[in-house]
Every structure is written in C-alpha cells, then in structure tokens.
Design a protein around this ligand. Sequence first.
Ligand code: NAP
Length: 259
Amino acid sequence: MDLGLRGRRALVCAGSKGLGRGCAEALAAEGVDIVLNARGVEALEAAAAEMRDTHGIAVTAVAADITTEGGRTDVLAAAGAVDILVTNAGGPPPGVWSDWGREDFIAALDANMLAPIAMMTALLPGMIGRGWGRVVNITSQSVKAPIAQLGLSNAARTGLTGYVAGTARQVAPHGVTINNLLPGIHATDRADALDAAVVEAEGITLEEARERRRQTIPAWAYGDPADFGRACAFLCSDAAKFIVGQNLLLDGGATNATI
Ligand code: NAP
C-alpha cells in the first residue's frame, strides 16, 4: 500500500531509539525526509546515518532536550516547515503515589504533556496554512487503564489526551489531523529499565521479570517498535484523513476493555 507520503517532511522527537526510532524508520521507508531529535549525539548521529543509507532520504539530526524551552527552540529552528510531527520524550520514573511531590509532577507534565503541546502550538499554524498536516503523539496504554506504579505517566498523559481531544476537532477543517498512539509493553530500552526496577525491588532475575510481564499480554510477546512505527506511518498517510482525535492502543490485547 502506497501511503502517499513521498517527499513529505517529518519531525520525530525523541527518535534515536525505541518507539520514536520505529516511527522515523517507517516514515523514512515511505520516502519522507526526517528531522530526527534526541539528546545523546552518538546514538542520534548513528541512527541518522543508518536511515540515510537504508532509505536514501534526507535526515537532519538535532541533539537537544525536547522537554526544555531551549531544546525546543533549537529543534524548531532546524526543522523549519514540516508536514508531520511525531511527539515523544522519555517516560517518568516508576514509584508509588506517596513518593511524588510537586516537583515530580511538574517534571512529568513538562516532559509528557507540555512539551508535546508546545510543539503542536509551534507547528500547527504552518500545517493549517498549507492545508495539510499530521500530528501523532506517542502516549501510553496508561491513558486507557492506569498503571499503578506509573502514576506520573497516568497523570501527565491523560492531560495531553484531553488537550488533543479538543484541539484535533479545531484543526481538522484545515486538513490537519492529530491522533495518539498508546503503546503497551514494547521491547525497548524503556521496557528494560522498567524490568530492571522490578529486579531491584523484588530480587528476581531479569528473565523472571520479563516473563512475568510477557504473561500479562494476550499476544504473548513484547511489541516490536518497527510494527509500532508502521501504525504511525499509516496515521500520517492521506488515507487516514478521516481519523481525527483518536487513541490507538497497541498493546497485544493487554488492556482488558471492550472499547
Ligand atoms: P526508549 O527506548 O528509552 O527511547 C527513548 C528515546 O527518546 C531515545 O532516543 C532517547 O534518546 C530519546 N529521549 C528521551 N528523553 C528525551 C528528551 N528529553 N529529549 C529528546 N530525546 C529524548 O523509550 P521508548 O520505549 O521508545 O518509549 C518512548 C515513550 O513511550 C516514553 O515516553 C515511554 O514512557 C512511552 N512508553 C513506552 C512503552 C514501552 O513498553 N516501551 C510503553 C508505554 C509507554 P536520548 O536518551 O539520547 O535523549
């Protein structure tokens, strides 16, 4: 299926590894030029070089912290006009409700709610002016069903989801769609870090921690970031123009809900 994206330009935030990388790769495979962001220069430059070689598209790498105003200024200056925005950032640390104070919430809101909103605020006017645009926010299955130890994530991402629900309806008349992808457990560094926290807390092995989580997934395996990326590319396609303000869960059936 040709997604009709060849020649478009996408900004993928937090995209040198994991789910962001999966989205960047899938868009690049469709002929989309990429502006790729992450903080660590080495992994970022390596990812950018690999994508240029594999897909023959242009990749601009911008090393910056997307959760800070200065970082976003650098990314936006390098990005210029983009047709597609994929928002993403690292997830907040796990814990229990009594661990978190105001500063922890401010950090989580900055990273997982206010940073994506700031990027949309900056880039939506250009998309509206050109009459075409796509925004995909990487959020979490915790928006549909809370993950107790990820209270900071539950809170911040639900706030972003509420913002998108209203904003998506305001920009849709201009050919711009905003949707959210909700990952369940995927095989990335983030999943490794969460499994390592269980190893630390419960004194079990990494294999035991992984097996325990794997058994919570009806599809019986951790998700593949490449598959996640293909879902993102479809939401960015012309064929997805009627999909507005939706929350697509990619969790192998782990969230036990009818809708
Ligand atoms: P990951 O494998 O750890 O990759 C994170 C990527 O984001 C890296 O490229 C990292 O590079 C970059 N990054 C992190 N913080 C950044 C920042 N402040 N500014 C710019 N780039 C930044 O994580 P992932 O598994 O892909 O997760 C992506 C998002 O999905 C996270 O918010 C995570 O909580 C959420 N999520 C993941 C899962 C899962 O199972 N994997 C499930 C639900 C939700 P640098 O470190 O070099 O900046």
